[in-house]
Write a protein of this length. Structure first.
Length: 465
């Protein structure tokens, strides 16, 4: 009974430990594409647009009045007045027109800032990117147009918007889309010259628009050959298309300008310090770390992991403590029942230490047997879980600033994915569980031995089985 009591506690410890490791591996499966090696950071300089509908004009009256005059002029030049245009210049009333505009998603900065970030002490490497919103507007010139500029607000217009990112093909491991994310086709060519005219398209966007590998797709009025389809990680910042950085800079008249930097730290321990260094280096910088991305992921997988880390651990501790208590009580009960036997041994001349050693030795053997039996129970339970293969859901709510907002970031990849839960058993966990059972046996043996040591030989003569 002592061995069985310890076996139940040890088996539960093994099973909870296996489930906890299975949950960790399931989370790693979801988060690994987001976090890379766990030391990646993303740097941008976003502009917060007020929610009260204030004017988006560049100048002291607009929400960007806090910027320097130089930055205001740069922003105005880059956006070319955004989506505002003079309808009278589109043609005669009733004529069809097509207009392409490329507007910024974030405030850009010169590529020299990337070199400064790369030269920081805690930086291993850094790569620049440029994310823009390529908008195509088609329609019929209205009969009545207002000279001097009219904003596009409603009307009989067909508008398509594509979020496109230019990436440094020389650093694919640090790009916004990596070779590991290619689901079909191939990655962009390693040479910037050969990569011009090539595009990798987001898999979900491609399915929605009927785009396949080898097709031609238009971005900012330029035709690109789709060489690959990429599956963005759940919770990551996703663009609709990815092209070579230099070509997108040229198409958008932003040579030498970028608006995002992907950074890899020297080590995971250096991430926090590097985050502070970058924030101080680039004015208005927003630094997103791997842990920030991981916080976006929720669902039943996240709930189960939290439950395992709190309730599961507490349950294992309570079960093990109860097993120790049960083993101790059973040992004390055994000593009580063996009063005549142990008292007789003392009457025959056994010293107290020999009696204590006898009882403790028996409990130690019981503990070892309980540990082995408990390990077998835990392994069997883990095998049953592996066979069942329960599924947990990891989900991320959509966060999109797309549409016509020229200062929205790329869409956050929303949706959910099912992860099969396993229960891998670590040999070290088995050894720990068996060791705990032996410790429980020793504890029970010590309590029983002390009880046996207090027996008097005279009690053996009065004891009746």
């Amino acid at each position: 009974m002592t061995a069985l009591g310890l076996a139940v506690g040890v088996g539960l410890v093994v099973l909870v430990g296996a489930l906890s490791q299975g949950l960790d591996e399931a989370q790693d499966e979801v988060l690994e594409p987001l976090t890379g090696v766990g030391t990646d950071l993303s740097v941008s300089r976003p502009l917060a647009v007020p929610d009260d509908g204030a004017s988006s004009a560049v100048g002291p009256a607009g929400p960007f009045g806090q910027l320097s005059k130089r930055e205001q002029r740069q922003l105005q030049r880059e956006n070319d007045n955004g989506l505002d245009f003079d309808l009278a210049k589109l043609g005669e009333p009733g004529e069809r027109f097509s207009e392409d505009r490329v507007v910024a998603t974030e405030l850009s900065f010169p590529t020299s800032e990337v070199a400064k970030i790369r030269n920081l002490d805690d930086t291993e490497d850094a790569a620049a990117s440029l994310t823009l919103n390529a908008v195509n507007i088609e329609g019929t010139v209205p009969e009545v147009s207002t000279p001097g500029g009219a904003a596009l607000h409603g009307g009989a217009f067909d508008v398509t918007s594509v979020i496109v990112s230019g990436v440094d093909v020389r650093k694919p491991g640090l790009a916004m889309v990596t070779p590991d994310q290619i689901a079909r086709g191939r990655y962009l060519s390693k040479s910037p010259k050969r990569a011009r005219g090539e595009a990798v398209v987001d898999l979900a966007f491609a399915r929605q628009n009927g785009i396949g590998v080898g097709d031609e797709t238009a971005v900012a009025g330029e035709e690109f050959e789709v060489v690959g389809l990429a599956s963005a990680p759940l919770g990551g910042d996703a663009s609709n298309a990815y092209v070579e950085l230099g070509q997108l800079q040229q198409l958008s008249d932003r040579e030498g300008r970028v608006n995002q930097v992907q950074v890899r730290a020297d080590s995971a321990d250096a991430v926090a310090a590097l985050e502070s260094e970058i924030a101080g280096q680039l004015e208005g910088a927003e630094v997103v770390t791997a842990s920030d991305l991981a916080d976006r992921v929720g669902g039943s997988l996240d709930d189960a992991d939290a439950l395992s880390s709190k309730l599961g651990t507490a349950l294992a501790i309570v079960a093990l403590a109860a097993a120790f208590l049960i083993a101790t009580l059973l040992t004390l009960s055994s000593v009580q029942k063996r009063t005549r036997e142990l008292g007789t041994l003392k009457a025959l001349g056994w010293r107290q230490r020999l009696v204590v050693r006898q009882v403790a030795g028996e409990s130690l053997v019981q503990g070892a047997l309980g540990g082995l039996l408990g390990a077998a129970i835990g392994v069997a339970g883990a095998a049953i879980i592996d066979q069942i293969g329960p599924t947990l859901e990891a989900s991320v709510e959509g966060q999109s600033n797309g549409g016509f907002d020229p200062f929205g970031q790329g869409d956050v990849t929303a949706g959910s994915t099912d992860v099969v839960l396993g229960a891998p058993v670590d040999p070290a966990l088995l050894l720990l569980a068996i060791g705990l059972a032996i410790v429980g046996g020793l504890f029970a043996g010590a309590a029983g031995g002390l009880r046996a040591a207090r027996l008097r030989p005279a009690e053996a003569l009065r004891s009746v089985e």
